[in-house]
Design a protein around this ligand. Structure first.
Ligand code: GAR
Length: 192
């Protein structure tokens, strides 16, 4: 059986990248991680990918004239690796039309809130400051908006009385690390 080829995009720590690698290793996710795309040459995720032997495309957006230029390069890299599904995992950049038109309906994102609540940056801090009693995690298809695409999966996280911001972040990330691999597997099984 030919495995679905994934590209993971990350900008920072890469704990979701780790969770996906682990799910593949333990056969909970039947896919092949063909490439890590990273827009931050100082990101921690790069060391992890080196250690795991994941092929990488690391770029510095400042070295390109504009987003269309670096996204054209990304499209080339993804096509060369025959990528089927693009997984945004902490890629802190709005995807532009150049990349989106090639991967429409084949690009998903994880966001640390129950969308449509708290889109954009620091969703965990936004929820914490708003004093809501429930937040969570959303996985959605990517469209041209900021965290606006069709929702695929959500899981709630209760914000307990006296919970610190750090504790909320840990609770949300714990959910992310099982929900993302599980949802990717469901999409693959459904042939999406
Ligand atoms: C994750 O919590 C992810 O949901 C969030 O960035 C974090 C990356 O962590 N993404 C967004 O906020 C996108 N709007 P990681 O690098 O440890 O996977």
């Amino acid at each position: 059986m030919i495995k679905t080829k994934l590209a993971v995009f990350a900008s920072g720590t890469g704990s979701n990248y780790d969770a996906i690698v682990e799910a593949i290793r333990t056969n909970q996710l039947d896919a092949e991680l063909t490439i890590l795309v990273c827009d931050n040459p100082n990101a921690k995720v790069i060391e992890k990918a080196k250690a795991n032997g994941t092929p990488m495309f690391v770029f510095d957006p400042k070295q390109y004239v504009d987003k269309a230029m670096f996204e054209t390069k990304i499209v080339e890299v993804l096509q060369e690796a025959s990528v089927d599904l693009v997984i945004l995992a902490g890629y802190m950049r709005l995807v532009g039309p150049t990349l989106l038109q090639h991967f429409e309906d084949r690009m998903i994102n994880i966001h640390p809130s129950l969308l449509p609540a708290f889109p954009g940056l620091d969703a965990i801090g936004q929820a914490f400051d708003a004093g809501v009693k429930v937040s969570g995690v959303t996985i959605h298809f990517v469209d041209q908006g900021m965290d606006t695409g069709k929702i695929i999966a959500q899981e709630a996280v209760k914000i307990e009385e006296n919970m610190t911001r750090e504790a909320l972040q840990q609770a949300i990330q714990k959910v992310e690390h099982h929900l993302y691999p599980q949802t990717i597997q469901q999409l693959i099984s459904r042939g999406e």
